[in-house]
Every structure is written in C-alpha cells, then in structure tokens.
Design a protein around this ligand. Structure first.
Ligand code: CP
Length: 315
C-alpha cells in the first residue's frame, strides 16, 4: 500500500485529490466489516486511541469509538464534563499528560480553531481533528465525499459533473469549510446559499459559487446539503429576523424540495433542527441519505485510524 502522506489529520486544506481518494478507497474496503456478524478485525490490536471530546458530539465521537473497536484498538473516551479541564487544566497540560500514557492516536474536538494543530506539535501521537471551532471538520467532509461518491459516482476517481448545494449557516460552519475544500478538490461544482449575514467573506476564493437565496442554488443540484444554525458559534446581533422567517426562506420544506431534481439526494451532517433548516418529511423522505452519511462515517474513520494509527506497520 502507498504510505499515507499525512502524519495527522488536521484539515482538508493542503490535501490533494489522491490523499482524499486514498481514504475513500480504503473506507470502501472497510465498509463490509460493519455488515459481518462479528464486526472486528485485528488490524490495530495493541494500539491505543484516545477520544478527547471537549465539545458535545453524538455522531463523531461514537463513530470514532466504534471504528477503533472494529479495528481492535483500545479506546478511551474523555469528555469535557469528566476531564480535569473543568478544574482549570489547560489543553496543553491535558495533551502532555495524555502523551505521558503513550497513546497512538488522539482524536480531538475543541471549541478553539487550531486546537488540533496546536496539540499535534506537543505530542508524539497522531492527531485527528474531530472539529475545531470555526476552522475545519475534515472527517465529516471525507464521509460526505464518500456518501456522494457512493450515490452519484460509484467507484469514480473524482466528482466531476456533480453539483452540490450547501445551504444554511455557512459562516459559522466548520463542516461547510471542509466540504467546500474537499468537494472542489474532487472536481465537484459547489454552490453555497445563505442569508448574507451567514456568508463568510472570501468563501468564493475556496471555489464555491455564492447565492443569497436557496432556490437558484438547489435548482438542478445533484446533492443538497442542509446545515443547522450554529448558535454555539454565532455571536453579535441577530443574523435573521426570526426562526419562522429563516425556515420559510432558507429551510428545505416541501415548497423548496419540489424544485429539486427527481434524483437529487438530500444530506445533513447532523444534528438536525427539525422544522428549522429542514422539514421532518424531507429529512425522513426517500431522497434523504442522512443516515447513510452516519454509516459511511464509521468506514471513513476506520480508514483514517488505520492510515495514521500505523495499521500497515508490523507490530
Ligand atoms: N456531524 C457531527 O459532527 O455531529 P456530532 O456533533 O454529533 O458529532
């Protein structure tokens, strides 16, 4: 196997198409393990993975734990409320103390942009960014690319010809940033749509076409990805008049969904705020692949743990 170019997974910025495809191709080989009656292979036996989640998470934390366990790694989960950060310990001291116990991989979620890059400089373990502030959520972008490839370009080496509309709170979404980077690198056409107050300055420079209305963005799109309003990261004056109006003009309800192509797929990284950015009937409807994203997440995180956790090295 070609060695992986990256010691850590800190962001999609700087990744090539080959880097992304290496993860997606390997994830495809791991998918089948989750369908077996005994969902375990010995690949990472003897390795230790620490999941350090200092912000809430359901999907990312659980799927990293499941991915590590399916590869036979030993896993330890640390959350904000059960760690000594609540007693005032710094991230640096936390990282140094974890390093002293010789983990092989540290998966970090943190509210500060750059937190993963910071601890990657302090520890010998490989560091995987599970979401850092407003910066990036690279493993979400990789699982989104895996989902889109599976449904729209199975087995392909790029996403050329696929149009993806990402709608919602682009400005405060680390998922949007990583998705735009990954999708553009794979050759997809990316549109983003949000109220002007939720569009970050310079988003065009990443390669996305920018809309301040949802309708032109979703028209003729092959994939529509809805994002929730990131209340925990938004600050300052109101970004929109009220939730009802936001939902009416920027939500994916039955009116907007009627504009979609027949074979368009609907995605959402979760957690969903039902009735705000997406109607329950649309989220649970036949075009939704939202739960398949979660399934792909396990395979993609198995691939990443394998690649940076030394799965190809002899013990
Ligand atoms: N998509 C995502 O990051 O979900 P969680 O916050 O539940 O991990």
């Amino acid at each position: 196997m070609t060695p992986f170019r990256h010691r850590h997974v800190l962001g999609i910025a700087g990744w090539t198409r080959e880097d992304i495809l290496q993860v997606l191709d390997l994830a495809e080989t791991f998918r089948e393990i989750s369908e077996r009656p005994i969902k375990k292979v010995p690949t990472l036996r003897g390795r230790t993975v620490v999941n350090l989640f200092l912000e809430p998470s359901t999907r990312t934390r659980t799927s990293f734990e499941i991915a590590a366990k399916r590869l036979s790694a030993d896993t330890i989960n640390i959350s904000d409320s059960t760690s000594s950060t609540v007693k005032g310990e710094t991230l640096l001291d936390t990282a140094r103390n974890l390093q002293a116990m010789r983990p092989d991989v540290i998966v970090l979620r943190h509210s500060a942009s750059g937190a993963s890059a910071f601890i990657a400089q302090q520890v010998d373990a490989a560091v995987i960014n599970a979401g850092d502030g407003l910066h990036e959520h690279p493993t979400q972008a990789l699982l989104d690319c895996a989902t889109i490839r599976k449904h729209k370009r199975p087995g392909a080496t790029d996403l050329a010809g696929v149009t993806v509309a990402i709608c919602g709170d682009i400005a405060h979404s680390r998922v949007a940033r990583s998705d735009v980077l990954a999708l553009c690198t794979l050759g997809a056409k990316v549109r983003v749509a949000a109220p002007r107050t939720m569009l970050p300055v310079g988003i065009e420079a990443l390669g996305a076409e920018v809309h301040d209305r949802i309708e032109p963005a979703i028209a003729e799109a092959d994939v529509v990805m809805m994002l929730r309003i990131q209340k925990e990261r938004a600050s300052g004056p109101g970004l929109f008049p009220n939730t009802r109006e936001y939902s009416r003009y920027f939500g994916l309800g039955s009116r907007a969904a009627a504009l979609l192509k027949e074979d368009a797929i609907i995605m959402h990284p979760g957690p969903i705020n039902r009735g705000v950015e997406i109607d329950p009937a649309v989220a649970d409807g036949p075009r939704s692949v939202i739960l398949d994203q979660v399934t792909q997440g396990v395979a993609v995180r198995m691939a990443l743990l394998y690649l940076v956790g030394g799965g190809f090295q002899e013990l």
